[in-house]
Design a protein around this ligand. Sequence first.
Ligand code: JFZ
Length: 501
Amino acid sequence: MKKLMLNLGLLIGLCLSTAMQAQAWTGEKQEKPKEKVVLKYGPITPAHRTDEAMQKFREYGLGQFIHWGIYAIPGNEWNGVSARKGAAASEWIRSWSGPTAPKDWKDIYDNLYKQFNPKDFDAKRWAKQAKDMGAKYMIFTTKHHDGFALWPTKYWDYNISKTPYKKDIVKQVVDAYTAEGIDVFLYFSILEWNNPNYLYNAPQTPEEKAKFTKFLQYTENQLLELLKNYPQIKGFWFDGTWDASWKSAYEFTYNLEKKLREKHPGLIIGSRFRNDENLKRHFDTNGELLGDYEQGWERKLPKNYESLNGNDWDCVMTIPPNGWGYMKDWSGIYTKTSDDLIEMLMRSRSMSGNFVVNFGPDGQGNFHPEEDKIMKEIGAWTKVNAEAIYNVEHSPLSLSDYGYFTKKGNTTYLTVFNRPVNNIVRLAVDKKATEVPAYVSLLSGNRKLELKQSDIGIDLDKNTYYDVILPKDFQTDKAFVIKIEMQQGTVKTDKLMDAKM
Ligand code: JFZ
């Protein structure tokens, strides 16, 4: 039995990355059955909620994710040994095993909370920094897979009140960000590695069933506790919902989602909370989204707008390749630059999605110095280009190699990442379009730009072209936005004579 447990531990440890891959979201369109199947545990909310909370969600544009917990103490290494080449990413370090892992590692980890005392933690400073970056919402880890709760939960002793720090961290974060006008969503992992009542497989025996029922009740208690303690929150961001145990509890999870929504009108829940009775996650058996927005875009982006089927979505992104919690050492790996992140932000916005950048503060409550720098750089950019980022949506203009289009009413924005060598930005407009560019300017400095139609007249081309001339004296090393006012009108095309062939 002991050997089995050991093997299981090893297996879980080593296969976590593989397991994640098996989970990996492909972004492919969900297959729909020919005839709609009647489901008892399908979606609870309509496909495209039109209430105020959801309308605001669509306007957010940029978000901040924060992964913080006990794993911030090791910071992805222990006694000088980096876990980076092992199985575990930063916040997964508890699952470290194999020859590189310290002896009794899980035991060491499970006692680290006795040292958790972040003397520099200042939620107001974090919130101020997030606001300066331009974040309109934030997602905060209340409890990750290690089960440690950053709020003083009544339902499990392994929580912040048992650390030398003692004070409620979730409350400070919710209050400080809300005061800055940033909406707060709470990250919550269902899966718990060290909870004796948690099961990976679907419960079979009466003992297992009794245990898992206790676990489900505990989860419900904690979620209701969070809603009661922090009524300002706008939504939950669920994780760790992929195990067969949770999937088998679809009747319970359906009722729980209903309960949470009744207690908290307007609550936003993504597609990673529960599955239907056929164990379909994210999308149900009929291909309908389960939850209010598609929550599968983790460190990846949709290939195009059409593939999203009009669903709301957000993308959450790490700065290092993977690793959400604090990593002491950023050397030897590619870490995304503010330019990379701004590019992904605008790519997301051009497909009507939100983009959420993750930060992992250290054990004292400080961001990595590089994270401080990235926040500042993104902030400098979002300040100047706010109009093109917030409260905008996908534009029907043809995709462009210069950058990404976003749109609000009659105004279209082109964020240019690739500046043409001849300084002529050529916009393709369908010859049958009923709206055409009428006035263009540089968003930064509000400088009017020359616009002319260039109907280059290639046979079989459905488009005509509008040229925007960039002044040679306009120099920048960052992406910039061309603001295009569209006007009702039809396109004039030059046609001289068709050749006889
Ligand atoms: C999960 C966590 O395991 C991870 O530690 C982090 O908190 C992240 C935000 O969420 O990781 C996942 C979950 C789902 C997928 C990928 C990574 N997925 O569906 O592709």
